[in-house]
Design a protein around this ligand. Structure first.
Ligand code: SF4
Length: 269
C-alpha cells in the first residue's frame, strides 16, 4: 500500500487556514499539513497549491506489520559534486548539500527508535548520505552497537561513491558482513564526466580501485554482497558504455544495476 497518493486539490476537503501546520524546508519551500484531512500541500495555503499529498489513514510506524528496514542518512555532506546529484541544486523542491550530520550522542536514541518500531527481523540498517563514509567512525559505532543489541538479527547496507573506501575499511566492512553498493557510471570516460570531487577532478580511479580490491581479496563476497550502481544520462551512451565496460579489466564481468536518469535524458544534458 502506498503511504501517500497525489490527488488534485479540487478533489479534497479544504480545511480552514488556521488549522494548517507549516513547515519550511531547504531552499525555502513551504509545505502545509492539515491534521483534519491528513494532507500535505506545497505552498502556504490550500488555495495556492496544484497538488495535495493525501495520506491514507493508518500511517504509524507501530502499525506497519512488516517494518524491518531503516535508512540512516548519516550526513548531508559529500566529498563529490556529481553534476546530476539530487542535492546539486538543479532540481526544484529538494535540499542541497549541507553540513548536518548525525551526532554520536544521537545513536542510543536512534537505535532505541529502531528497536521500538521494528516488526520484522533480521532488521536491516542502511547508511546513506551525502557520503556516509565521511562519518566512518560514527558508522562503525552504529554497527558495533547494533551487533551488541541484536546479534545476528541485524544486517547492514552502505551506499557509497567509493572514494573513501580504502582497503582497511573494506576489510572491516566485510568482517561485519555489510552489503556495499558502489556508484560507478562506467569506465573513466563515462564516470568522470559527472562524478567529480569538489575541486573538479574525476573520481573513477578511487572507486574502481575499491572495486578491484574487493574482487581480488573477496571474490565470493563481491559476487554476493557488492552492488555496482550505474547512472545513465543518455540513451546514446548505452552501446559505447557497454562496449567499454566489457573491455575494462575490473568491470567486465560485473552486471551493474542501471539507473536511467529521465530528467537528464529528457533535457539531453
Ligand atoms: S556521491 Fe552521491 S550524494 Fe555525493 S554528489 Fe555524487 S550523487 Fe550526490
Amino acid at each position: 500500500m502506498d503511504a501517500w497518493e497525489a490527488v488534485k486539490h479540487t478533489d479534497t476537503i479544504v480545511p480552514d487556514i488556521d488549522e494548517l501546520m507549516q513547515v519550511t524546508i531547504t531552499k525555502g519551500n513551504v509545505y502545509s499539513y492539515s491534521p483534519r484531512t491528513n494532507e500535505i500541500v506545497l505552498g502556504e495555503s490550500m488555495d495556492s497549491c496544484d497538488y495535495v499529498f493525501h495520506f491514507k489513514p493508518i500511517i504509524s510506524f507501530r502499525e506497519m506489520p512488516n517494518l524491518g528496514s531503516f535508512i540512516i542518512n548519516v550526513t548531508e555532506q559529500c566529498n563529490l559534486r556529481c553534476s546530476y546529484c539530487c542535492y546539486s541544486g538543479i532540481y526544484e523542491n529538494t535540499r542541497i548539500h549541507g553540513n548536518k550530520s548525525i551526532d554520536k550522542d544521537d545513536v542510543p536514541d536512534l537505535l532505541g527508535f529502531i528497536e521500538n518500531n521494528a516488526r520484522k527481523y533480521p532488521v536491516n540498517i542502511s547508511f546513506y548520505g551525502g557520503e556516509p563514509l565521511l562519518k566512518y567512525d560514527l558508522l562503525q559505532s552504529i554497527i558495533l552497537q547494533s551487533e551488541q543489541r541484536w546479534g545476528d538479527d541485524v544486517s547492514f547496507y552502505v551506499a557509497t561513491n567509493g572514494v573513501m573506501l580504502d582497503e582497511q575499511r573494506i576489510d572491516w566492512l566485510v568482517d561485519h558482513n555489510v552489503m556495499i553498493a558502489i556508484s560507478i557510471d562506467g569506465t573513466a570516460a563515462f564516470h568522470d564526466r559527472f562524478r567529480r570531487i569538489q575541486q573538479g577532478e574525476g573520481s573513477f580511479g578511487k572507486a574502481n580501485a575499491a572495486l578491484s580490491y574487493l574482487k581480488r581479496r573477496y571474490p565470493e563476497y563481491r559476487k554476493e554482497k557488492v552492488l555496482v550502481l550505474t547512472t545513465v544520462t543518455s540513451f546514446d551512451d548505452l552501446a559505447p558504455l557497454a562496449e567499454s565496460w566489457h573491455r575494462d579489466p575490473v568491470l567486465y564481468d560485473i552486471a551493474p544495476l542501471l539507473f536511467l536518469l529521465w530528467h537528464q535524458i529528457l533535457k539531453k544534458v
